[in-house]
Design a protein around this ligand. Structure first.
Ligand code: SDX
Length: 430
């Protein structure tokens, strides 16, 4: 492809030359920044054709269903790696050797507890508050405890914020759950692995200690890997935009959590499980498929479709396997919701409406059943998503802060309102 794009404006004979930049993989980009000087903006609602930044962290090929983290396919990471290794990879660009891995785990473990004062924040919430509402609040509030390390231009401050956030999200997520069921908060136990520690804080109580289940902990760890990062999705773009103003990392991650909450994004796992429960029986699937296809019905198949994937989401395949293993381990292999999900997937993938629109199951389609089988309530699913995505958000935030092209994000608009007009006195108003 040529390295410039020529744009002929109005009747000008001389074209405006825009440079084309090539990446390692994926589409080239046209640098449209000179347009503003020529009195023009691009128009791209939903950013369907817009690259907001350059990045080395994650690559997605939506047509082929490929997801790479620093070049490594998600299927290989899910099978051969573990979540803290993937955290190190996303943050530092390479898989750690044994010494670096041990040091990283030690560093994370020294930050798993939260300040005791933070416990008081929970008492201000109703016990039935949605867990995401609490997470947005308490994660943003973390910045109130670290005034000594909020200088985003100080690499040490950026690094310790990343460690604190990765280390504390499981503790906070478990506290949100314990608060909702009236049980005492459990302190982290640093001799356990990351996922084991989370399940310990979620399901153990002070008066009895259950040994960790390695199959369930491995499934939990894999779910974290599958949700770790995903290029410039809505919540990651929110974190980058907030970070471009110089806001502290805790405030930026809190903004990302708020964006993830939407049912079109990270809220889809909770919405998908509720949808499967509403369908209730495989005999009802046809009615819901018809509703999903009806342009006059706002109903959509939750867990289906994706802005980028026009093929099977590679994470969904791994998630389906993890779902099967968890159901087997907990003795729920005949789980009716899993049966409905499998049948729904089969029917949809044979239906021209979904085929023609390239709508496939995404990461949220099986995650809800898996999390439910792990004993996690539906309203906590997106909290789990946020827990795992925190490393992606903070890695992308760090990359943005270090980007020499970094500027405050400030999109423009196509203005379609009133032209200038004279103030209307009360007597003249309709
Ligand atoms: C995540 O961006 C990321 O990377 C996100 C994520 C990540 O890891 O960060 O991957 C996580 O958010 C996964 C997506 C979870 N959301 C859902 O499962 C909710 C259900 N899916 C849809 O709402 C939808 O597919 C989106 C929001 C995911 C994508 O929407 P787009 O890209 O804007 O696509 P669209 O709405 O323009 O749909 C194109 C067509 C439309 O039909 P027509 O107008 O052409 O007739 O497909 C239809 C849509 O009506 N369609 C669906 C559908 N999804 C799209 N029809 C029925 N059921 C669906 N799920």
């Amino acid at each position: 492809m040529a390295d410039t794009a020529k744009l002929y404006l109005n009747d000008s004979e001389k074209p405006l030359e825009l440079s084309i930049r090539k990446g390692t993989l994926g589409p080239d980009v046209i640098d449209v920044s000179p347009l503003a000087k020529n009195g023009l903006f691009t128009y791209d609602p939903g950013f369907m054709s817009t690259a907001a930044c350059s990045s080395e962290i994650t690559f997605i090929d939506g047509d082929k269903g490929v997801l790479l983290h620093r070049g490594y396919p998600i299927e290989q990471l899910a099978e051969k790696s573990d979540f803290l290794e993937v955290c190190y990879l996303l943050l530092h660009g390479e898989l750690p050797n044994q010494t670096k891995k041990t040091d990283f785990i030690t560093a994370i473990n020294s930050h798993t507890m939260v300040h005791e004062q933070l416990r008081n924040f929970f008492n201000g919430f109703r016990r039935d508050a949605h867990p995401m509402a609490i997470m947005v609040g308490v994660v943003g509030a973390l910045s109130a405890f670290y005034h000594d390390s909020l200088d985003i231009n100080n690499p040490e401050h950026r690094n310790i914020a990343a460690l604190r956030l990765i280390a504390k999200m499981p503790t906070l997520a478990a506290m949100v759950y314990k608060y909702s069921i009236g049980q005492p908060f459990m302190y982290p136990q640093n001799d356990l692995g990351y996922a084991e520690n989370f399940l310990h804080m979620m399901f153990n109580v002070p008066c009895e200690k259950k040994e960790p289940n390695s199959v369930l902990a491995r499934a939990m760890d894999r779910i974290f890997i599958l949700h770790a990062d995903h290029e410039q999705n809505a919540s990651t773009s929110t974190v980058r935009l907030a970070g471009s103003t110089g806001a502290n990392p805790y405030a930026c991650i809190s903004a990302g959590i708020a964006a993830l909450w939407g049912p079109a994004h990270g809220g889809a796992n909770e919405a998908c499980l509720n949808m499967l429960k509403e369908i209730g029986d495989v005999s009802h699937i046809g009615k819901y498929i018809a509703r999903a296809k009806d342009p006059n019905d706002s109903f959509r198949l939750m867990g289906f479709g994706h802005r980028v994937y026009k093929n099977y989401d590679p994470r969904a395949k791994v998630m389906r396997q993890a779902c099967y293993e968890v159901l087997e381990e907990v003795g729920a292999h005949d789980n009716p919701l899993f049966k409905i999900a499998m049948e729904l997937e089969k029917i949809a993938l044979e239906d021209d409406y979904f085929i023609s629109r390239k709508l496939y199951p995404n990461v949220d389609f099986y995650s809800g059943i898996t999390l439910s089988a792990l004993g996690i309530p539906a309203n906590l699913f997106t909290v789990i998503f946020a827990l795992a995505r925190t490393v992606g958000w903070i890695s992308q935030w760090q990359e943005m802060i270090g980007d020499p092209e970094r500027r405050i994000g400030r999109p423009r608009q196509l203005y379609t309102g009133h032209a200038m007009r004279k103030f209307a006195e009360m007597k003249d108003r309709k």
